[in-house]
Design a protein around this ligand. Structure first.
Ligand SMILES: [Zn+2]
Ligand SMILES: [Zn+2]
Length: 384
């Protein structure tokens, strides 16, 4: 079968001390300090067969994620930009949907022909974090498309317990093809759902919500805020194309943060009350969080989804006087996230299909990632 394989040289930067874990497993904890000279190509690879608890999916759609871009782009010394857990060579791609083609001997609730999407985080279920109900913080994590083969490929093998059925999406979207595309948006949507509703414990209908950064994760946050009954949704985004998409999926007001002072706009639009929930999906908290802090409602919340390896000053007095909270969020697994998002989409109350702005076939997957690097599309889909 064909798959989009990323390979790179294992060349730890001068001064980066490899841990025993990294030496033993060949997995880099800080990928951007270890992997150099990435090479990305569609290649012929072996078709997987299912283990006893696994299914093999015929992949139908797989979205390009910001992290895929960070594998492709390098710094001036040739190191990948992605700072997380990685093991190469591997097949990229982790936001996918597909049809069950083969099932292992122990699989009970999936049969060939069913339509599914899947989690990307392969939580172990045994470590203390997993056993305490925190799969997004698994201590033995594998990640599809980061440390094990991903879904920019014709087929993928995955344990059945990470799969979620999306058969119900066909009725609302009218065709299997559309249902597979929208189904492949489930994973990034669950990242936003987990942040807003699980980590930050949601907001009351009618609340004022802001979204900083409307790339795919921020766009999903806008759609979710609309579906959950926000009173006003105010978004900030530097790309004009993405500002248009934010309006399409439910933002009431969208601004270029280079042209306005976000905190002033928010205080104005909320009659001086401030926002009940601020969502950071821009990955530039040193710029966004100070603006959020100046426009926090009493009992307001800030939830951080964007990743950034930097310190951000906080004026904690504000958090005391405004009775405010700051939440860090990562991941998409557990807590009802996948089934709830799929139900919401199947109900017609959450339609993120407008954010899919480009489609490529598997042979052109490298071009898909290159276009994504221009950061003006919503979601780019690779279709098998
Ligand atoms: Zn992703
Ligand atoms: Zn675990």
């Amino acid at each position: 079968m064909k798959g989009l394989v990323l390979d790179a040289d294992w060349e730890p930067r001068e001064g980066y001390l490899l841990s025993d874990f990294e030496r033993q497993t060949g997995k880099a904890i800080t990928g951007s300090s270890v992997w150099r000279n990435p090479k990305l190509a569609v290649q012929e690879v072996e078709k997987p067969t299912p283990g006893p608890d696994q299914v093999v999916l015929g992949v139908k759609s797989c979205g390009v994620c910001g992290s895929d871009i960070h594998f492709y782009e390098t710094d001036e010394e040739g190191y990948i930009l992605y700072p997380g857990l990685t093991k190469f060579p591997t097949i990229l791609g982790h936001e996918f949907s597909g049809v069950v083609e083969e099932v292992g001997s122990q699989v009970r609730d999936l049969v060939p022909g069913e339509m599914v999407t899947a989690e990307e985080m392969i939580w172990c279920g045994y470590c203390t974090a997993c056993r305490n109900g925190f799969p997004n913080h698994c201590e033995n994590l594998e990640e599809i498309g980061f440390t094990i083969p991903g879904a920019f490929a014709e087929y993928i093998a995955i344990d059945a317990k990470y799969c979620w059925k999306i058969n119900d999406l066909v009725d609302i979207f009218g065709s299997e093809e559309k249902a597979y595309e929208v189904g492949a948006l489930t994973e990034p949507t669950c990242v936003s759902y987990n942040a807003i509703f699980e980590r930050a414990e949601g907001f009351r209908p009618g609340a004022y919500v802001t979204i900083f950064g409307t790339g795919p994760i921020g766009l999903a946050a806008v759609g979710l805020a609309e579906a959950a009954g926000a009173g006003k949704i105010i978004a900030f985004e530097i790309s004009p194309q993405r500002r248009e998409l934010a309006k399409k999926v439910g933002a009431d007001y969208v601004y270029d943060p280079q042209e306005v002072t976000p905190s002033e706009v928010i205080m104005d639009l909320t009659g001086g009350r401030g926002a009940d929930m601020h969502v950071e999906a821009a990955g530039v908290p040193h710029l966004t969080v100070p603006e959020m802090e100046k426009s926090l409602a009493i009992n307001g919340k800030i939830v951080q989804i964007g990743r950034a390896a930097q310190r951000v000053p906080l004026y904690l007095e504000t958090f005391q006087v405004r009775r405010s909270q700051f939440y860090g969020a990562q991941g998409h697994s557990g807590h009802g996230n996948f089934p709830n998002v799929i139900r919401l989409v199947a109900s017609g109350r959450l339609d993120l299909s407008p954010i899919i702005t480009a489609r490529y076939d598997l042979d052109s997957a490298v071009e898909a990632i290159a276009q994504s690097g221009e950061r003006r599309d919503g979601k780019i889909m690779v279709k098998m």
